[in-house]
Design a protein around this ligand. Structure first.
Ligand code: ATP
Ligand code: MG
Length: 605
């Protein structure tokens, strides 16, 4: 686990953007879509705030005129008015709470969708840098912090802001002198809020990023639990977990400490301020420069304003934490997926002709090492090309480029004569079907795994595909047949069954070009034989590229390419290659146990 530095003074200086500004950058674009509900919520907020201010004015009026004394003509009416106001306040508060939650939830749903949509636009290399569990944390725990602010804190903030504005105006109207004295207190209140708020933001963001690392760690450990147990790694994992956990708690506690200081400062300032105002006000009553009713009203407004200001300390802490979470979400949103100019949306003809011209490639994370080096390849319709070579030679990388998971560093790839530059990834992938050595199975039913990505499925086709991969009998024997659940990543299936299921899924799509990357390496001899026979028949209908370590599975290919260090070392049929001294002959001799490699006499033919 790498150490993260908490923060230093420079980090603090960099936190210059106001938290609301950061949240606005993230959510501002959705505001116009919710203008009507925002308007209703604003009216309700104003009514709720107006009622509070109105109540202060009413108190002052009552004391000044003695209206609330028993026997007054208006006593009954005033009680009715007060009751109505309370009901109105309750209704306005209800509507405000509901509408603000509604707007907040809708905005979050939009943001979540847009972020997910944005993430899906990235190429494979993006997911090498940003691990899936880390992205999940940004979409869940970071979003939760933001959601809390939108559905709860923001409403309270706006209402309190209105109370502050209304309260200040009323204070000024009620007594200029007392108001001028109060003005000294307000700026003093804001300074600690801003200072400690920044610290809350920094630690909040740090805690969120540690939480994301923790999520990633849990994800990896639990997904590879068998390996963890096999290597008796649980004690190390416990220690690592403890490390992440401690880091998280430290960051959260530092943030909590800053929040506590913020609240403490606010309380001291508010109450001392109120005491000073009350003292000065009492003196003014003695001097008869203010009436008792006005002092009561003034104190009511001052308490309302200070209470609202005091709530800002905790609200701002929420905003700063949400701003920290927004920073992490914005980090992803601000990365633009690579754009490409696609001039054609479809390949002209679905012939299945593939060509690679002088293709070189380095992985983005390892630019210095060339995985493919000026590679040329041409595959005609219906042809079967085998790619063999040592581990790490770049065989699977060729498939990744053919599937447009990565772009070549130089050179071009063509499908049916059209450059990959002019084809969208979807157009290309519709024509290609890939089966890999580590079959990807989803934790759903066999049916859903087979029908993955298909709009409509004919059950007969499904059974036919299962028959081709020698899996029909097995599925028929399962208690729920096609509807049987296969467990997390297909844990309830054997390696060979998973591989055959993945193969059936691809065959069901009838791709023009079939890419098989060690696709049958986990099969038993009988299944392998049946699948190989069926693939042979199928390969006459479609173009096939096969990567295999077992030469027996590729001997009958139309062409065999021997790849070494990203370059084609040999190319030809099995017979031709057996006659040449080289890598292929060595492999064949090792596999088939031939001793006279030098003569290259093809005993195995
Ligand atoms: N995502 C990646 N980022 C960086 N380097 C990678 C990545 N994937 C593969 N490589 C490197 O590229 C080289 C070629 O890998 P590739 O998977 O194409 O080999 P291969 O010929 O398919 O090997 P094998 O027979 O073992 O499957 C290797 O050196 C590997 O370490
Ligand atoms: Mg490989």
């Amino acid at each position: 686990m790498h150490e993260k530095s908490f923060y230093d003074d420079t980090t603090l200086k960099n936190e210059s953007k106001a938290p609301i500004g950061t949240i606005w950058t993230l959510l501002g674009k959705y505001v116009s879509d919710f203008s009507k509900p925002i308007m209703i919520a604003s009216i309700m907020l104003s009514v709720a705030a107006g009622m509070v201010i109105g109540f202060g004015k009413f108190l002052s009026f009552c004391v000044n005129t003695g209206l609330l004394t028993k026997g007054s003509d208006y006593f009954g009416w005033i009680l009715i008015g007060l009751g109505t106001s309370v009901v109105l306040l309750a209704l306005a508060s209800y509507a405000r709470t509901y509408y603000i939650s509604w707007i907040g939830e809708q905005m979050m749903a939009r943001l979540r969708y847009d972020l997910f949509n944005h993430i899906l636009k990235f190429p494979v290399s993006f997911f090498e840098e940003y691990q899936p569990a880390n992205l999940v944390a940004r979409m869940t725990s970071d979003m939760n912090l933001l959601q809390l602010v939108l559905t709860n804190s923001l409403g309270i903030f706006i209402r309190n802001a209105l109370i502050i504005i209304g309260g200040i105006v009323m204070m000024a109207i009620t007594s200029w002198k007392l108001f001028a004295l109060s003005c000294v207190i307000v700026p003093a209140l804001l300074l600690p809020v801003i200072y400690f708020g920044k610290i809350v933001r920094i630690y909040g963001r740090f805690a969120q990023s540690v939480l994301a690392d923790l999520a990633q760690f849990i994800d990896e450990t639990l997904n590879n639990i068998k390996t963890v147990l096999l290597f008796s790694h649980t004690s190390q994992d416990r220690a690592s977990f403890h490390g992440y956990n401690t880091h998280f708690v430290q960051a959260v506690l530092k943030s909590a400490k800053a929040r506590a200081k913020l609240v403490g400062f606010a309380m001291v300032l508010i109450f001392s301020g109120l005491c000073v105002i009350a003292y000065l006000g009492a003196e003014m009553v003695f001097e008869q420069t203010i009436t008792k009713g006005d002092l009561l009203g003034f104190l009511f407004f001052a308490i309302a304003v200070c209470g609202a200001l005091g709530s800002f300390s905790t609200l701002f802490a929420d905003f700063y934490r949400a701003a920290g979470a927004s920073d992490r979400i914005l980090e992803i949103i601000n990365i633009s997926p690579p754009s490409q100019v696609i001039t054609k949306t479809r390949a002209a003809k679905n012939h299945g002709i593939l060509a690679m011209h002088q293709v070189s490639f380095s992985y983005p994370s390892r630019q210095e090492s060339k995985v493919l080096d000026h590679l040329n390849l041409s595959v005609l319709p219906g042809e079967t090309i085998a790619i063999v070579g040592p581990s790490g030679a770049g065989k699977s990388t060729i498939f990744s480029l053919l599937l447009k998971f990565y772009e070549p560093t130089s050179g071009s790839i063509y499908l049916d004569g059209i450059s990959y530059q002019d084809l969208s990834p979807d157009t290309i992938r519709q024509q290609l079907g890939l089966v890999t050595q580590d079959a990807v199975i989803f934790s759903t039913t066999i049916f859903e795994n087979l029908a993955y990505g298909l709009d409509t499925v004919n059950e007969n086709d499904l059974w036919h595909a299962l028959e081709l991969v020698h899996l029909k009998k097995f599925v028929e024997g399962l208690p729920y047949s096609l509807q049987t659940k296969v467990g997390h990543r297909g844990v309830r299936l054997s390696g060979g069954q998973k591989q055959r299921l993945a193969l059936a899924r691809v065959l069901l799509r009838c791709p023009n070009i079939l890419l098989l990357d060690e696709a049958t390496n986990s099969l038993d001899a009988e299944s392998d034989f049946v699948v190989q026979q069926n693939l042979k028949t199928l390969s006459k209908q479609c173009t096939t590229l096969v990567i295999a370590h077992r030469l027996s599975t590729v001997m009958e290919a139309d062409k065999i390419m021997v790849l070494n260090h990203g370059r084609i070392e040999q190319i030809g049929t099995h017979k031709e290659l057996m006659l040449c001294d080289g890598l292929y002959q060595n492999y064949a001799n090792l596999e088939f146990g031939l001793s006279d490699a030098s003569t290259g006499k093809a005993h195995i033919l």
